[in-house]
Design a protein around this ligand. Structure first.
Ligand code: RP5
Length: 204
């Protein structure tokens, strides 16, 4: 089984095999920021990427270094085991995990690490994410995952939730989150003003 090693200067995850070191994830390149990743975004398939890009965008917004990996609980169990069981030693602080259908990836990862695991149920199958959601929230006592909403809102919130965890030890991120909440409030005020304008003079 390959041995995950600490990230090199480009901060993409690297994998060390008996033949030497090679890059584990191409997708991590270019998305990682200029310091060692502290958040890992995992997904069961590259088909999850369009939605999970939303989580990456949030982490970029808050300048939180992250890495992205595709690994599957069912299709690549050994690789998933390796990633999760070495995550702490490689400096990660939070894991965001997306999977669809019989969504076991977040639970399996949570079983293998004491890092907080934030799960995003994907709307992948004809069941539209209800299957993923139920798989995610029905973890047995002792192995928690933080279940977000299905698909895009869940991916956005996973990014914010990860930032909130990082903010407990990073005052810069805490301030950015405060600013973000103020901005949300400002946008609602704007929407309220637009709605009122639209109905100005029409109500009794
Ligand atoms: C899950 O199966 C993945 O997370 C994805 O949501 C779903 C479908 O994967 P593909 O068949 O598109 O690779 O493991």
């Amino acid at each position: 089984m390959p041995d995950m090693a600490r990230r090199g200067p480009s901060h993409a995850a690297v994998i060390r095999t008996k033949k030497g070191r090679g890059r584990l994830s191409k997708s991590a390149e270019g998305t990682n920021l200029n310091s060692t990743a502290i958040v890992g975004i995992l997904m069961g398939s590259d088909s999850d990427l369009p939605v999970m890009t939303e989580a990456a965008r949030i982490l970029e917004k808050f300048s939180i270094p992250f890495e992205i990996e595709v690994t599957s609980a069912h299709r690549s169990p050994a690789r998933t085991h390796e990633y999760a069981s070495t995550a702490i030693a490689r400096g990660l602080k939070v894991l965001i995990v997306a999977a669809g259908g019989a969504a076991h990836l977040a639970g399996v990862v949570a079983a293998l690490t004491t890092l907080p695991v934030i799960a995003v149920p994907m709307a992948t199958t004809v069941l539209n994410g209800i299957d993923s959601l139920l798989s995610t929230v029905q973890m047995p006592a002792g192995v928690p995952v933080a279940a977000m909403a299905i698909d895009k809102p869940g991916a956005v919130n996973a990014g914010i939730y990860a930032a909130e965890i990082v903010a407990t030890f990073d005052a810069r991120v805490a301030q950015l989150l405060t600013d973000y909440k103020r901005e949300l409030e400002r946008l609602v005020t704007e929407k309220n003003a637009r709605v009122k304008l639209q109905f100005a003079g029409k109500s009794s």
